[in-house]
Design a protein around this ligand. Structure first.
Ligand SMILES: Cc1cc2nc3c(=O)[nH]c(=O)nc-3n(C[C@H](O)[C@H](O)[C@H](O)COP(=O)(O)OP(=O)(O)OC[C@H]3O[C@@H](n4cnc5c(N)ncnc54)[C@H](O)[C@@H]3O)c2cc1C
Length: 521
């Protein structure tokens, strides 16, 4: 335990030094993505590498007694809000060889990538061909395999659904080391997305790409009331949808401000799409040394404009943003998780409150660094102070979650509409909703009555026919949790495809620290 924390501290220090070394480039306003590197690998080498992983799994499967398998990731990697305590005593399979791109096919618009390639790397690589993945989750270091296993979403999900829906084909390894393509095992593939690595390993994927450019034009629109925003999305969903990033209204997400300051409460929706270049004499947003976190940028747009005009459905602002900065706009500060982290670690508060220190360090607070900082604190302490959950509910139940969040003093919510595929959704899909789309609601920050509020929220979401994101601690008991999903099918697939070698889903996601107290009372 102490060794793990020391390792984290060293990693945090290294990241601090790197971010300080980057300052001159920020001062000179040089493009930060020039430091992002990616590599290619031959298919032959890829085959050898996955054969090695398959052979390891086969050897593990033949051990008596059975050892359960989890994925080995370095300390501080990944985006689960749980620490890696659950991995103790399990066999940690090494997939660290899988960090290369295999092919970017410009004419057929797809990329073949290994599981641990990050979205920042993939997007930088595909943009050279004027292409981007159709759905790009917003943290730079989310990986392709993790995005499938964690049903990633973002602002194009209103058109395409979750990231896994944009995967043309995936390469899987079953518990006994059989290498399969997803089309050879459609029943397994229907359940892998969202299963968090408890049914099979994902080792590579063919990701669908669509046309994009280096700039995005973004409009910020204010609504005082959620129903207006929901109607707009519904309207857009019924009209013809283009399959690219170019043009108006290709992206939609929003921040709901719902704090004590009633004067700015409401929704700032962000609509936009790729353009060839910014129109001269219009506003351009580029990250500089002094750039606030993106949510602060949105809030200042709202506060400035709301002082002048108090109208509803108001276009507050328009601007152009370099596409890579747009895609990963919430990475710095981890949406607004930085605010709750500062309560947890008081020295962070000092930095946030001192403008000079904040200017020096705000680029240090990437999501991947914030995770490492958060993992210095115990799960119990973190969960007792801050809420960190994403939930998906049928769109017509959005208001109920907003009301609940306000009653718990959460002051900002992320709203991201996600197209619903109804009964065609996968086993651990967002929601098999009858509405055209579901609303993903991100609840991050200080909240009342924690950790109990986490369980209350998960129960409310279940009542609304929704689902909680499984990167968070799950507070429900085993029985309650499995009442949300098709358990029989999960067990059938684990038996059929030797998935029982992987750790069971509830065992993995249930809050170890709180599960005793979270069983049905
Ligand atoms: C505050 C917060 C906000 C978030 N917001 C969003 C959001 O807005 N949009 C979004 O898309 N996502 C969001 N996420 C969730 C994130 O996309 C998922 O957690 C995703 O799974 C992370 O990918 P990763 O590469 O970091 O995987 P990890 O965190 O390393 O892994 C996630 C799970 O999948 C398993 N896994 C990973 N790779 C593989 C593989 N190759 N084969 C088999 N199993 C594997 C792991 O064992 C683990 O159980 C958020 C998470 C947090 C904490």
């Amino acid at each position: 335990m102490i060794y793990e924390k020391l390792k984290l501290l060293v990693l945090i220090l290294v990241e601090l030094l790197i971010s300080l070394a980057n300052l001159p480039f920020l001062i000179l306003n040089l493009n930060q993505t020039m430091f992002v590197s990616f590599k290619f690998k031959s298919r032959q080498q890829h085959k050898l590498d996955i054969l090695k992983i398959a052979a390891t799994l086969r050897a593990i499967a033949s051990r008596e007694p059975l050892v359960q398998v989890v994925i080995c990731r370095k300390t501080g990697e990944g985006h689960s809000s749980r620490s890696s305590v659950y991995k103790k005593g399990k066999y940690q399979i090494d997939i660290s060889l899988l960090t290369s791109i295999l092919e970017i096919n410009q004419s057929d618009q797809y990329a073949d990538v290994e599981a641990l390639v990050t979205f920042e790397q993939l997007c930088k690589a595909t943009l050279q061909y004027g292409l981007l993945p159709t759905v790009v989750p917003e943290f730079k270091s989310i990986t392709i395999g993790g995005a499938i296993q964690g049903i990633a979403i973002e602002s194009t999900s209103w058109k395409y659904g979750t990231f896994d829906k944009t995967v043309i084909e995936a390469t899987l390894i079953t518990g006994h080391g059989t290498i399969l393509s997803s089309s050879e095992a459609p029943d397994l593939w229907k359940a892998v997305p969202g299963s968090n690595g408890t049914l099979a390993l994902v080792v590579a994927a063919r990701v669908r790409l669509v046309q994009a450019t280096n700039w995005i034009h973004l409009r910020y629109v204010f609504y005082s009331d959620i129903s207006k925003f929901l109607n707009i999305i519904d309207e857009k969903m019924t009209s013809k949808k283009d399959t690219n990033w170019i043009g108006d209204n290709q992206v939609i997400d929003a921040i709901q401000f719902c704090g004590k300051d009633q004067s700015i409460n409401g929704i700032v929706a962000m609509y936009g799409g790729c353009v060839s270049h910014p129109i001269p004499d219009t506003k351009v947003y580029k990250e500089t040394m002094f750039s606030p976190f993106f949510y602060q940028h949105v809030k200042s747009i709202l506060t400035e404009k709301k002082m002048i005009i108090d109208d509803d459905t108001l276009i507050l602002h328009e601007e152009y943003i370099p596409i890579l900065e747009y895609l990963f706009r919430y990475d710095r500060g981890g949406f607004w998780i930085i605010e709750a982290s500062a309560t947890l670690i008081p020295s962070l508060l000092l930095i946030l409150d001192t403008s000079f220190l904040l200017a020096l360090l705000n680029h240090f607070f990437k999501t991947s660094t914030l995770y490492k900082i958060a993992m210095l604190v115990s799960d119990q302490k973190r969960e007792s102070i801050g809420m960190l959950q994403d939930v998906d509910v049928p769109s017509d139940r959005t208001q109920e979650v907003i009301n609940w969040a306000m009653s718990k003093d959460l002051n900002k919510l992320w709203l991201c509409p996600v197209r619903s595929f109804g009964s065609n959704e996968s086993l651990f899909s967002v929601v098999q909703s009858k509405t055209r789309f579901v609303m993903n609601i991100g609840l991050y920050g200080l909240a009342k009555n924690l950790p109990q509020s986490n369980l209350d929220l998960q129960r409310l979401v279940a009542k609304l026919q929704g689902k909680p994101g499984l990167y968070a601690h799950i507070y429900a008991s085993r029985d309650e949790f499995w009442s949300w999903y098709n358990y029989e099918e999960y067990v059938r697939l684990r038996n059929k495809w030797d998935g029982y070698i992987f750790m069971d889903l509830w065992d993995k996601v249930a809050s170890i620290a709180f599960s005793e107290s979270s069983t049905d009372k």
